[in-house]
Design a protein around this ligand. Structure first.
Ligand SMILES: C[S@@+](CC[C@H](N)C(=O)[O-])C[C@H]1O[C@@H](n2cnc3c(N)ncnc32)[C@H](O)[C@@H]1O
Length: 268
């Protein structure tokens, strides 16, 4: 057990019940343990969500995937996974068994260190918050809705040939306002804005030469119009749209992910 964990246990009786409940949840959570002990030193527990989504739908591993945009990327867990999948680091690699996101816990130590490797392409990580560097990742601290955001993203993509984006990832969540109505509304607005971003940047399946090429991974929260958004905005534009809630997404969270494969281009 880490020093922080033993200290928290020793003093937990002095904490208010809500903090004790939070600590109990943290220490009982296999994905928190996994994050702390993982050789990739993931910056977020959320990294396991992308590992699970990728293991299931395999949208980052194709050798033609060379340009990834990670919207709402800080602190960087998803970008670390993308960096690994594009060969810039070992971060995405230890998932030996695709069906078991915690499989590496039983695996031996890595026989290679995380020294700089030559990966393929680029990952552009956009967030309002700053991010520490990750191999293969160009970070952009800005609001992705800012008028100059597209231009800035494109300038960074130019380092990978500037031929458009193969995968758009969005794990974005609006800041909670405390109003359930406003927060619910904001969650759908983010989905709409991310789809608009994808429409401006994604390479089509035809350009890529693969039916599952041109991918959007989109986090969403419960909203009365979600199904309509999926049917009217996503399904006509992609060859397939799948819903998945990773094991690592907490049961009490209403979040879920759409993995949209095969961007058809801007036609309805
Ligand atoms: C759940 S966190 C992402 C965690 C990340 N996937 C990881 O694994 O480390 C959501 C992020 O979205 C960012 N965000 C929210 N709205 C944004 C916006 N309009 N533009 C850029 N980033 C935004 C927040 O700052 C926050 O860091």
């Amino acid at each position: 057990m880490s020093f922080a964990a033993s200290a928290a246990r020793a003093y937990s009786h002095k904490l208010p019940p809500s903090s004790r409940a939070w600590l109990a949840r943290q220490f009982g959570d296999p994905f928190v343990k996994a994050r702390l002990s993982h050789p990739a030193h993931y910056r977020s527990r959320g990294a396991f969500k992308l590992l699970e989504l990728e293991a299931r739908f395999k949208f980052l591993r194709a050798p033609d995937v060379r340009a990834v945009v990670d919207l709402g990327a800080a602190p960087g867990g998803w970008s670390q996974v993308a960096s690994g999948k594009l060969g810039w680091s070992l971060d995405g690699q230890p998932l030996a068994d695709d069906d078991d996101p915690l499989a590496y816990l039983n695996a031996g130590p890595d026989d290679d260190d995380d020294a700089a490797r030559q990966g393929r392409g680029v990952i552009v990580a956009v967030d309002l918050l700053p991010m520490h560097p990750i191999p293969g990742v160009q970070t952009l601290q800005t609001d992705f809705l800012a008028p100059d955001a597209d231009e800035l993203v494109e300038a960074l993509l130019a380092t990978a040939g500037g031929r458009g984006v193969d995968v758009v990832l969005s794990d974005m969540a609006a800041n909670c306002t405390g109003s359930a109505v406003a927060d619910t509304e904001a969650s759908l607005q983010i989905c709409e804005a991310v789809l608009a971003f994808a429409r401006r940047h994604l390479r089509t399946a035809r350009e890529i030469g693969r039916r599952r090429g041109g991918v959007l991974v989109l986090k969403h929260f419960q909203h009365p119009l979600l199904q309509q958004f999926r049917e009217e905005e996503l399904e006509p534009r992609f060859y397939s749209v799948m819903y998945h809630k990773p094991q690592s997404s907490r049961d009490e969270s209403s979040e879920g992910y759409w993995v949209c494969l095969g961007w058809k281009g801007d036609q309805k």
